[in-house]
Design a protein around this ligand. Structure first.
Ligand SMILES: Cc1ncc(COP(=O)(O)O)c(C=O)c1O
Length: 374
């Protein structure tokens, strides 16, 4: 397969382990392994101590699949397929749905693989542009008008990377009803689920919404364990899962045995794991609010409603956000991701607020802005 470079990942390949402060990471401050093991119940601890490093079950450890299924209302363990992160799940799904010559509608700006893999696999993709002027909201009527006879899949990520958009319950219902009526699958990329700032805004999972709904989940973001590389698809469409499993035979075949047990431990203790992530994210928000209040002429944002990232805008006319970001990381060691990486070179940039060093990182940005812009 020939595929365009993943701009964000190439950017991180250059900077992720070179910059002192990642002010654009999308994950939440990662757990230490010893702390995860301390969460284990007796059964999982015995699994860890007695673990043999053989191949694992290709669909995922049955106990892990049961724990993932428990995150949903209508999902059985056999409706779950485990992958190496959400990224492998996207890759495998996009290789079977939409098929070559078929059509998908994908939110934009967004996580590039959500549209790039399907394109490379021979599908046609319409990007559903989210607009800052609309608060980055989904426009279900526009999605309806973009549907063709050969539309097979709609992909929506919520809470959204990079804007932090979260549809209202009514918008979500309108979207799931539209897809159900049209006989179209909906991939709900829910990797930031559980990080809704107001928990009453949490949406029904895509997999629970209707029989062609597919939920994409991962341990990386709200569960704060990206290094496990454990993600999953959940859907009642078992035939689709079987087709994805057949692609996985050509990627990783099966998951890492230690990661499966650690993910099982973490999901059994999910209330504590998610509470920690929420505390970090919600604790960082007032620091950002105060920053945007101090710089109304230079920086603005549509305040997100969930997740750990936002897509503010830089308004200074003397330099581009690309130059500001390049100098910021060189001088202060603080990394922000210019919008050009998302194909939107108009002053936007991504910030992440899931890391505990956000106050220092933001202070570095502010000190640099004070010296260079005032
Ligand atoms: C919206 C979205 N989907 C999927 C992924 C992939 O997750 P992972 O890197 O854990 O595989 C990411 C990662 O940033 C993401 O932001």
């Amino acid at each position: 397969m020939r595929i365009a470079e993943f701009a964000l990942e190439r950017f991180f390949a250059r900077w992720e382990f070179a910059a002192k402060h990642l002010l654009c990471a999308s994950d939440v401050e990662a757990w230490a392994m010893a702390d995860v093991l301390a969460l284990a119940d007796d059964e999982a601890r015995a699994m860890w101590d007695g673990l043999r490093l053989g191949y694992t079950e290709s669909t995922g450890h049955p106990l892990l699949r049961a724990e993932i299924a428990a995150l949903y209302e209508t999902i059985e363990p056999d409706d779950v397929l485990v992958f190496a992160g959400a990224e492998e799940a996207i890759y495998c799904l996009a290789n079977v749905l939409p098929g070559a010559g078929e059509h998908a509608i994908v939110g934009w700006p967004g996580y590039q693989s959500l549209y790039e893999v399907a394109r490379a696999a021979g599908a046609s993709v319409s990007l559903h542009a989210l607009r800052e002027a609309d608060g980055w909201a989904l426009d279900v009527e526009r999605i309806r008008h973009s549907m063709h006879k050969n539309t097979k899949l709609v992909i929506v990520n919520a809470p959204h990377n990079p804007t932090g958009m979260l549809p209202t319950a009514a918008e979500w219902r309108a979207l799931t009803d539209l897809c159900a009526e049209a006989g179209v699958h909906l991939l709900a990329d829910e990797v930031y689920r559980y990080l809704e700032f107001d928990e009453s805004d949490r949406l029904p999972a895509g997999a629970d919404a209707f029989d062609r709904g597919i939920s994409l989940g991962v341990m990386s973001k709200s569960f704060a364990m990206p290094g496990l590389r454990i993600g999953w698809l959940a859907t009642r469409d078992r035939d689709l899962l079987a087709r994805c499993a057949a692609i996985k035979d050509y990627t990783t075949i099966c998951s890492s045995a230690p990661s499966e047990v650690l993910a099982l431990i973490a999901l059994r203790a999910r209330d504590r794991v998610v509470a920690r992530s929420r505390e970090i994210v919600l604790g960082n928000l007032p620091v950002l609010d105060a920053f945007f209040e101090r710089w109304p002429e230079t920086f603005s944002w549509v305040r997100p409603r969930g997740g750990s990232i936002a897509f503010p805008r830089f308004h200074d006319k003397r330099m581009t956000i690309d130059r500001f970001a390049a100098e910021l990381v060189e001088v202060e060691g603080v990394l922000i991701a210019p919008g050009s990486i998302f194909g939107m070179a108009d002053g936007h940039f991504r910030i992440g607020f899931g890391r505990t060093d956000l106050p220092e990182a933001l202070a570095g940005l502010e000190s640099f802005a004070t010296r260079t812009l005032s």
